[in-house]
Ligand binder design. Structure first.
Ligand code: ADP
Ligand code: DAR
Length: 342
């Protein structure tokens, strides 16, 4: 393997931290599942416009390739290599009202966590047989869910393009063909082993074998962050009765992308900020101050439409689930206060 030929204007964390020395140290290492440095960095090599550019193949990747992952985790999460992550998913600790009780600004709220099964590699090097096994384990467990969480599993294989496009358009289903995931090996055997579970109201959903083996999602119209969080917390604890998730004392829940480690939680609102968004500097100052991330109306790598933005917590590791939700709440309160003042 040769040192990659990064373009001069490459700004990814891969370009920044894969120095020639780190490359020489890591280039011949392999994890117990056979994951190599070349596999870990392929997405960032093929897509030099990546923000991060690196994915893990298993829990061991974060130790075997620590010289590359540690500085990336430090820069993205502000989390040191000797720190320990702690979890707190207790909805009773969320002392918050609805930040937009009249529904003037927030169209909808969505909170998701990524999870991967203990005993399996991550999606980047999982075999087809293993991925099909993950689909079977998770979809079978979901079949027994009751009451508000009761629903049905819809495999992607055999789903009509009309239904697929409608679910994507309505923000319920993952998009296809993301070039970053493609180059990371996460789209292999597509659509085999992939699908979506959802309850009748589409307020509880589980994506199976997209970027992570599970994306567990709670979502609804309006801004009641606490209600969405409470439903998600219940769903995750129900799933934990039937399966063990990959985690470590140091990094919390293990995910394929290092940006999702720890809580693997992204708590977001679709919010209309037509005045504030005209002042890009002020908008960014507020989101930076409150550790928020701005995405477009169709999530990552999409644009906003009609002054509506996807605003979510940026910190996921070294903070608890309760703190992720509070990051969103505190930031949204300030964004609404400033929008009203303009
Ligand atoms: P993820 O959040 O799962 O990492 P994306 O950013 O691609 O992935 O978002 C996935 C889907 O969830 C997209 O269709 C996006 O529009 C939708 N979404 C995200 N936040 C919200 C929200 N607050 N309300 C409705 N849909 C949302
Ligand atoms: N697009 C990849 C991943 C960034 C974080 N988003 C995830 N994991 N979906 C990049 O390196 O830009």
């Amino acid at each position: 393997m040769k040192y990659p030929n990064f373009p001069k204007d490459c700004k990814s964390m891969l370009c920044k931290y894969l120095t020639k020395d780190v490359f020489e140290e890591l280039k011949n290492r392999k994890t117990p599942n056979g994951f190599t440095l070349e596999m870990a960095i392929n997405s960032g090599v093929k897509n030099p416009d990546s923000s991060i550019g690196v994915y893990a193949g298993d829990k061991e990747s974060y130790e075997v390739f620590d010289l590359l992952f540690d500085p990336i985790i430090k820069e993205y999460h502000g989390f040191g290599k000797d720190e320990k992550h702690t979890s707190d998913f207790d909805a009773k600790k969320l002392d918050m009202d609805n930040p937009d009780p009249k529904g003037e600004f927030i169209l909808s709220t969505r909170i998701r966590v990524g999870r991967n099964l203990d005993g399996f590699p991550l999606g980047t090097i999982i075999s087809k047989e293993q991925r099909d096994e993950v689909e079977k384990i998770v979809s079978n467990a979901l079949k027994s869910f009751k009451d508000e969480l009761q629903g049905e599993y819809y495999p992607l294989k055999g789903m009509t393009s009309t239904i697929q496009e409608k679910l994507i358009k309505e923000h319920f289903l993952f998009k296809e063909g993301d070039r970053f995931l493609e180059a990371a090996g996460l789209n292999r055997d597509w659509p085999e082993g992939r699908g979506i579970f959802h309850n009748i109201d589409k307020t509880f959903l589980v994506w199976i074998n997209e970027e992570d083996e599970l994306r567990i999602i709670s979502m609804q119209q309006g801004g009641d962050i606490k209600e969405v969080f409470t439903r998600l917390s219940l769903a995750v604890s129900e799933l934990e009765k039937d399966m063990k998730f990959l985690k470590s004392d140091h990094l919390g829940y293990i995910t394929s992308c290092p940006t999702n480690l720890g809580t693997a939680m992204r708590a977001s609102v679709h919010i209309k900020l037509s005045k504030l968004s005209q002042n890009k500097e002020l908008f960014k100052n507020i989101t930076d101050k409150f550790h928020l991330q701005i995405r477009g109306i169709h999530g990552e790598h999409s644009e906003s439409e009609g002054g509506i933005f996807d605003i979510s917590n940026r910190r996921r590791l070294g903070v608890t689930e309760v703190e992720c939700a509070k990051d969103l709440y505190n930031g949204v309160k300030e964004l609404i206060r400033v929008e009203k003042s303009l």
